[in-house]
Write a protein that binds this ligand. Structure first.
Ligand SMILES: Nc1nc2c(c(=O)[nH]1)N[C@H]1C(S)=C(S)[C@@H](COP(=O)(O)O)O[C@H]1N2
Ligand SMILES: [Mo]
Length: 258
């Protein structure tokens, strides 16, 4: 129904909340609709004056930021993700990306350099052989994708913490941001970057990381959802500014811990 005159068109609270909730990924949407059943609750929670879809969206974004903040506060840097025996590894392991497998970027091994930026004392770029010379660890953990599947994989690589220490990164900075060869990106909180199981992965299931799983290097974080495990990483920045990421910018919760 349309209204003429100065009065703003009447807002159907329930529809507005549901509409705005559609912007959230499935799990958050369900949680949100359960917890925030009314426009009044949404307005009260966020302090936003909700009169239209954009203001409802803004309120929802505030809730999502609040969830990220709570999750970050609850993160236990000493709690380890479950590890599994070799016999539990999912073979074949599923591929996932925002494009089909055939379009995974072919990164040239010779020309590859990991570019470091931001709050890092030694910004020398790293070649693949240099990374391979660093002490490596192997983990058998579960990767959980928001799309509703999970699989157990075996990843070998350099603990990100030891790398950050080696290059003189400011470990009191807030974030580490990763840039990928094909344009994907993601950023994580420093406590997660320093978590003992967060890894710069160079090998999968005992073999050099294949193209589909992120050659030459991917970040493996068993305490976070799959989309926060960037493949084909070519850039790493340590910084205090929030930068988001490929899916984060499209409404997925930034923290996305498990
Ligand atoms: N560079 C890059 N990294 C990425 C993605 C991507 O599209 N590009 N997709 C993410 C998503 S959504 C998931 S679930 C995992 C999948 O990793 P896998 O192919 O090793 O199973 O990679 C993540 N890392
Ligand atoms: Mo994913």
């Amino acid at each position: 129904m349309r209204h003429a005159g100065k009065r703003p068109p009447e807002v159907n609270a329930e529809l507005l909340v549901q509409d705005a909730a559609r912007l959230l990924p499935d799990a958050s949407r369900r949680r949100f609709l359960r917890q925030v059943a009314s426009l009044g609750a949404l307005a009260a929670l966020t302090g936003c004056d909700i009169t239209d879809a954009p203001s409802a969206e803004k309120a929802l974004r505030k809730i999502s930021e609040f969830n990220d903040w709570v999750q970050a506060r609850l993160f236990n840097p000493n709690r380890l993700a479950t590890t599994y025996p070799d016999s539990a590894v999912t073979r074949p392991f599923p591929f996932n990306a925002y494009y089909p497998e055939a379009e995974a970027p072919d990164v040239d091994e010779e020309r590859y350099r990991l570019i470091l930026d931001g709050r890092i004392a030694n910004k020398q770029p790293w070649t693949l052989p240099q990374l391979a010379e660093l002490p490596q660890e192997t983990q058998i953990t579960r990767l959980v994708c928001v799309e509703g599947w999970s699989a157990i994989g075996k990843w070998t690589g350099v603990p990100l913490r030891s790398f950050l220490e080696r290059v003189g990164a400011d470990l009191t900075a807030k974030y580490v941001h990763f840039v990928c060869a094909e344009g994907y990106s993601s950023s994580i909180d420093m406590p997660t970057a320093l978590h003992p199981q967060t890894q710069m992965t160079l090998a999968f299931d005992g073999q050099t990381l294949p193209t589909r799983f992120g050659f030459p290097m991917r970040i493996r974080i068993p305490t976070k959802l799959g989309f926060k495990n960037p493949k084909h990483v070519i850039g790493m920045t340590v910084l205090n500014n929030y930068t988001g990421g490929y899916w984060e910018d499209q409404g997925y919760n930034w923290f996305s811990g498990l």
